[in-house]
Structures are given as C-alpha cells and as structure tokens.
Write a protein that binds this ligand. Sequence first.
Ligand code: ATR
Length: 276
Amino acid sequence: MIRAGVVGWPVDHSLSPKLHGYWLEKYSIDGEYLKIPVDPKDFEAGIRALAGRGFSGFNVTVPHKEAAFRLMDEADAAAQRLRAVNTVTVRPDGKLQGGNTDGFGFLENLKAGLGRPALPAGPAMVIGAGGAARAIVGALLDEGIGDIRLANRTAARAERLAADLGGPVSIVDWDMRDGNLADVALLINATSLGMAKSPTLEFSLSGLAPDAVVTDIVYAPLETPLLAAARARGHRTVDGLGMLLHQGRPGFERWFGVAPEVDGRLRSRMLEALGQ
Ligand code: ATR
C-alpha cells in the first residue's frame, strides 16, 4: 500500500483527496491519499513524522508552503524561485525533496484549454501579486514570454515580485490596470477576486483585442464575472479548475508511479464536489 496525503491547517476543505482518489481508482492502484491536519506550531515534527510513517510523499497547502520550503533537504528550481513548496517526495533515505507545481498546473491548464502547446504570442497582463501570481509569472518567464505586466492593489508587493523573479516584468498602476490593453494577448486574474462571496474584479475589457485570451485562477464559480464578460465579448476563455487538477499530476506520478490524465470525468467529479 502506497501512502500519500495533503498537509494543511485546516485541511478539511482540500479537494486534493478527491483528485488523487479519482486517479487511484482509475488506475487500480493499491494506495491511499489522506488529509493530514498539522498545526503550524508542530509543523517540523509533524512533517518528519510522516517520513517515518511510510509516506511516499505529500502535498502541502495553506499555511505551510513557505515553512515546508525551509525544511526541505533538496528543492527543485520552481520551489527555489518561489521559496514555497506544494509537493514533497520522501526519498528512500528519508530525505525530503520539495517541488512547486503551481506554475506547471497553470501552463498545462492553459494549453489544454486552448488545445495547443503554445501560449498566445504577445504581452501577458497578470492581475495580482500573491503566491499564485508568483507561480504564474515564473511559468510565463519559463515559456519565454517577453513582456509581462503586473498590476496589484498593493504596489509594493508587485514590485517585490518583479524584483525577486527578474526578467521582462513591468508594473502597471492598479488604477490603470485596464487602461492599456490593446496589445495584450493573454489576461490573467491571479487574485481571489470573483470567487463566491468575494468582491468581483472591477475590470473593463473594452480595450482588449478580440483574439486575446482571458483566464482566471478562481474556479468557484467556474465561470467568474471576468470570464463571463470575456466570453460575451467573444474572447477565448480558460477557467481555473484545471490549474488545480494539473498541478496534482507530478506528485501523483512520483508517489504512485503512473502519469495520470486530467479527463472529463475528473472535471465532473470535482465540480460535483464543489457543488456546481
Ligand atoms: P494567493 O497565495 O492565493 O495568491 P494571497 O497571497 O493572499 O493569495 O494573494 C491574494 C491576491 O489577491 C493579492 O494579489 C491581493 O492583493 P494585495 O496584495 O493588494 O492584498 C489580491 N486581492 C485580494 N483581495 C483583494 C481586493 N479586495 N482588491 C484587490 N485585490 C485583492
């Protein structure tokens, strides 16, 4: 029996057990994926204990991603750049290897949604500067996007993100976020705005070229007000659910030995779990 799970505090709301549970069943794997609540004050002991309890690895979610990074014996390039870990593999010698698959999840979702392996050619506009925005900007840099624009309510946070990641990232004033969109090929909401029970993102799409693609990290609701407005204008849109699904693939493959697929049935199951 191969064992993995997700570490968080609280962890009850995590959708990862549904995701990995679906794949375990689909590929008939003798394994389990558990919810593992770990209080931040017991974090280090909690993590070390998992290695001793025979876990092959685990996901890390809020609020532990940064603390997990500091505990790793080894971290991949994405985790080092973001200083945050969401996927941990326990090596046979007990050492912990950390990775960050959020950027991978974002790219794979976008490519799957567009049905092609290349991103829209041209400038990308990212709204937000939190952990998700960091992973997305990193992924866009890896894809060679040569003009990345960043707008965040708290400008200092956007400036720190740009300084930490380097590359062709420029800051747009929050008040000017929808003011200069004519050449933007890809618009990304990387904030929590638009999520059920949150304020919506105030954003006029009127300056956006018709062939620009619009995507959102929010997946509840699946069609956010931003995506609905974009669709009404005829833009191609990609919803945020697949980012969650695709980010789980590398961990599942490492722990359980099968490269899993994101299929339509998985999406339906997850939407059901979300009550949509
Ligand atoms: P995550 O790790 O999921 O990205 P986060 O680090 O809390 O979460 O980041 C949330 C993002 O949503 C930030 O860009 C935040 O802007 P600030 O840096 O100014 O806080 C943005 N956000 C959340 N609520 C917002 C609001 N009411 N108006 C504008 N931006 C908001």
